[in-house]
Design a protein around this ligand. Sequence first.
Ligand SMILES: Cc1cc2nc3c(=O)[nH]c(=O)nc-3n(C[C@H](O)[C@H](O)[C@H](O)COP(=O)(O)OP(=O)(O)OC[C@H]3O[C@@H](n4cnc5c(N)ncnc54)[C@H](O)[C@@H]3O)c2cc1C
Length: 509
Amino acid sequence: MILDTEIRNQLNEYLKLMENDVLIKVSAGTDSVSKDMMSLVEELATMSSKIKVEKTKLDRTPSFSINRPDKDIGIAFAGIPLGHEFTSLVLALLHVSGRPPKIDNRIADQIKKLKGKLHFETYISLSCHNCPEVVQSLNIMSVLNPDISHTMIDGAAFKEEVDSKDILAVPAIYLNGEFFAGGRMSLEEILSKLDPTSGDIDYSHKETFDVLVIGGGPAGASAAIYAARKGIRTGLVAERFGGQVNDTLGIENFISVKYTEGPKLVASFEDHVRDYDVDIMLGQRVKNIDKNDLIHVELENGGILKSKTLIIASGARWRNIGVPGEQEYKNKGVAYCPHCDGPLFKGKHVAVIGGGNSGIEAAIDLAGVVSHVTVMEFLPELKADKVLQERLNSLENITVLKNVQTKEITGASKVNGITYIERDTGTERHIDLDGVFVQIGLVPNTDWVGSQLDRNSMGEIIVDKNNATNIPGVFAAGDCTDSSHKQIIISMGAGANSALSAFDYLIRN
Ligand SMILES: Cc1cc2nc3c(=O)[nH]c(=O)nc-3n(C[C@H](O)[C@H](O)[C@H](O)COP(=O)(O)OP(=O)(O)OC[C@H]3O[C@@H](n4cnc5c(N)ncnc54)[C@H](O)[C@@H]3O)c2cc1C
């Protein structure tokens, strides 16, 4: 048996939700991956009388497609969708069986209206926590529109294909054979790339909000719940729900939950917010705010939202190193997510730029997969916690270069090295390597807020103990502010504080 008892128990419950029969068509050879895939599919068939299995020949072997008995749906898995992709397999079975995907009706209508044959292929790794959202979104599109099809391809099982396409970051999405996009994408983002007008929703009819929250990370989610619980008109506008938590693998410091994973926590944030009367507007970027009598929030699609109070919870994003080669070789050897892209550098030499906690965690993580890791730190000493440094020092395949400045990431069709300067001697050196992981911290997402709002030299919004900014009625919370520490639980506390302060402001004004 491929599945362990705990997973089988969980799966048994999910398979009870299947509405109609599904037919799994399997293309298997005699290799070990094919054998394991066959075992998985046969095991699934023993668990539900609604799952039938048939042998066939598909474009890739080993692979299998999930269909209705009378109709091919276009969803295929090349390789074995275990690890982070197991949920994608379960959802595909449920959706193909007729259980409707949990998405807005507006989005479902947009998917159904897409015209022309669209065949997507997504290269993933089973340790990539950013890949399932893409795989599940494209599978949903395949279920809803007969002209859309999607194959998930495990890069480890189809290494030659990955090498021939120079894929060094996952998820890597191809559309009709051409590169379409890389990195985590929500369903809304995929739609907006296919049809840039898909996010142009007219919000002009919306009534003025009492509290409008910008951001759907921990700070925004908590602010929206606290505001809605006061019974006031609450809105939440965000590019994507969950913020940085989407990019987090293991979380062990969310008090009362000993261990969870980013995407799981994000799903429960969203579920909790949706329990309240909050007007949620996702897939929207705010580009400006202006305060007269009311606060006007301008969206990139041209729409304007009006509110009596505003809570900015727009968080932070990865900082770029800003040297030649970084942009040119993004997804071609320059990476930011060790969990996702580490397996693609198996047996190779990589550099990690940054000697803080995230850099050293990345180096330790990568050392288990790659042949050698070179850590490059700008300062004369590493800044990471002592416990991490001790672990780092115990690993033989890590070299640490301190007091060095990255000058250029070099390459041809993909990264082939890094040039750096020894800061004490001024000597320039070059090392040949295959990948560079940039881990030099975060920048606040505040470049759009304009000059009315006071920010510090790092661009963080300055707030007081009530999370109030210098503009009356405008509050800010979480990683976009000058709070001393940036953590999930701290952002949530600040979100709650800002909502209570906004309510207080509404009572007094
Ligand atoms: C790899 C990684 C691992 C981490 N691990 C942990 C951990 O184990 N434990 C822990 O406590 N913390 C961890 N953190 C830190 C934690 O994730 C952050 O402190 C927290 O997510 C901050 O929450 P936030 O709501 O302030 O911002 P974010 O999570 O950054 O959310 C920002 C929100 O604003 C939206 N947004 C941004 N700009 C706009 C705009 N212009 N218009 C509309 N919407 C916009 C985004 O789409 C998003 O919804 C980790 C962070 C990273 C990157």
